[in-house]
Design a protein around this ligand. Structure first.
Ligand code: AHR
Length: 492
């Protein structure tokens, strides 16, 4: 089979916002406890943070991390997680029906973010709490000193403000599982009023309103439109969430879900712009795809699990090879929409539907770690408008191209980097045509290929491999891609 990707260095979709490659830490399962925080672990530092996890997270180069939820935030009192640890209350976490010890809270998260070179995306509780708590939290975090909340922060050891720029205004408020679920009208009004007070405390904050919790949700579309009718002028971003599964064990259908992901983004952009037009507004709302991943392997076991555990093994999907292929495809879709999707959070980061897993012996990398590591490190610069020629196959709902590909130009490194997923069960003769560039040598070419689609990586036997025989001739790069493969080629 043959495929061509043609680009022109002067024809660009957009610069990639580095925050596209963010991630997510929620108080659920072993994400925090036994994940990033485990004071009795042999690698724990003076704060109780696992150094082996810090090293693994750094490899993923995540610039922003959403915290503390997720569903958890809709029942969380942030004050429970500040002050002397021996005075912090143990609470019921109703979202995940677990025990929350509050030994890790706001200050610990901010300290940990510094260790992994990430900025926070702080979520406020609009489930059991509301406007008052949101403004108190912004004051606690961002006001310099001389007020009740800012001085409490200083008393708790942080003299300087945390200066948190990015805030999620609630979580999945469209979902009836959410604590404090609301109608779009109720939530839109609440965002309007909450954003007002948050900005009155600190007018430099950037705010994300909740879009739909998935593309299939009954209220999808109407939700976005109604929320924006109320809060268009108050927020900067609208969120999207989406997880995919392969319960049917149908590879072609599963890999075709990237088309759904792509359509989801285009549709939400259209809704934002329709509201913009109706409001005669000059302002553009951009998107935060702040939960995306595959999630289903652990759902059955989680349904059976006993409630009220402390750091229970929840949402511990063990990802297989086909999951890595879909994840690569979704990442390519994010880049294709880099003009509007400015923030992305792979959900999640450690132990919970995560690329990084821990056990007592150390960390291990899931299959999805590898494509994510490559896009987060090399999916930087500007995205070149793709012109892809390849045949397609018919899935239930979509025509699916046999490859997904994208090329980016990074002016800082003077490299062109191309990412390609080959979804065909046969080799692909791939050509990349690049106009308006003087191509030098191939700097590196790797593939993730040759594994059984259901192979998982607990034994760490899976890894990226060299992609041999990539050639450059004139303005054309040629490569033979293995069947079912994730590929990255860097050219100077
Ligand atoms: O990431 C796991 C959960 O998925 C989050 O808590 C919630 O926002 C979503 O439904």
């Amino acid at each position: 089979m043959k495929a061509t990707l043609s680009v022109n260095v002067n024809d660009q979709i957009s610069k990639i916002d580095p925050r596209l490659w963010g991630s997510f830490i929620e108080h659920v399962g072993r994400s925090v406890y036994e994940g990033i925080y485990q004071p009795d672990h042999e690698t724990a530092d003076e704060n109780g943070f696992r150094k082996d996890v810090i090293d693994a997270v750094k490899k993923l180069n995540v610039p922003v991390i959403r915290y503390p939820g997720g569903n958890f935030v809709s029942g969380y009192n942030w004050q429970d997680g500040i002050g002397p640890k021996d005075q912090r209350p143990v609470r019921l976490d109703l979202a995940w029906r677990s025990i929350e010890t509050n030994q890790f809270g706001l200050h610990e998260f901010m300290d940990w973010c510094k260790k992994v070179n990430a900025a926070p995306d702080m979520a406020v509780n609009l489930g059991t709490r509301g406007i008052d708590e949101a403004r108190n939290l912004v004051e606690y975090c961002n006001f310099p000193k001389g007020t009740y909340w800012s001085d409490l922060r200083r008393q708790n050891g942080a003299e300087e403000p945390f200066d948190i720029k990015l805030w999620s205004v609630g979580n999945e408020k469209d979902g009836d599982w959410q604590i404090g679920h609301q109608t779009a009208h109720e939530y839109g009004r609440l965002v309007h009023e909450t954003a007002k007070v948050m900005r009155l405390v600190d007018d430099s904050v950037e705010l994300v309103a909740c879009g739909s919790s998935n593309h299939q949700n009954e209220t999808y579309g109407d939700w976005e439109e109604t929320v924006l009718e109320h809060a268009y002028d108050d927020v900067d971003y609208l969120s999207l969430h989406q997880y995919y599964d392969n319960y049917e064990d149908n590879l072609a259908e599963f890999l075709g879900k990237s088309v759904d992901f792509d359509n989801f983004i285009s549709e939400v952009v259209a809704i934002c712009d329709a509201v913009k037009a109706r409001k005669h507004s000059d302002k553009q709302i951009n998107l935060a795809f702040d939960e995306w991943n595959v999630w289903y392997h652990s759902v059955g076991a989680d349904d059976e699990s006993e409630p009220w555990g402390q750091a229970p093994h929840l949402l511990e999907d063990h990802y297989d090879f086909e999951d890595a292929l879909l994840l690569g495809s979704l990442a390519i879709s994010l880049m294709r929409h880099a003009d509007r999707v400015k923030i992305g959070c792979l959900a999640q980061l450690v132990n919970v539907i995560a690329p990084i897993m821990t056990n007592e012996d150390g960390v291990w990398y899931q299959t999805i770690f590898y494509p994510f590591m490559q896009v987060s490190n090399y999916g930087q610069g500007v995205v070149l408008t793709p012109n892809q020629t390849v045949s397609t196959y018919q899935a239930k709902d979509y025509q699916v191209p046999y490859i997904d590909s994208i090329a980016v130009y990074n002016p800082d490194t003077a490299e062109i980097v191309v990412f390609i997923v080959n979804k065909a069960q046969e080799q692909m003769d791939f050509k990349l045509n690049i106009d308006n560039a003087e191509l030098g040598p191939v700097v590196a070419a790797t593939q993730f290929a040759g594994y059984d689609i259901h192979q998982t990586n607990e034994d760490q036997s899976m890894d990226l491999q060299m992609l041999e025989d990539v050639t450059v001739s004139g303005n054309q790069v040629s490569a033979t891609l293995e069947p079912l493969s994730w590929n990255m080629i860097r050219i100077k």
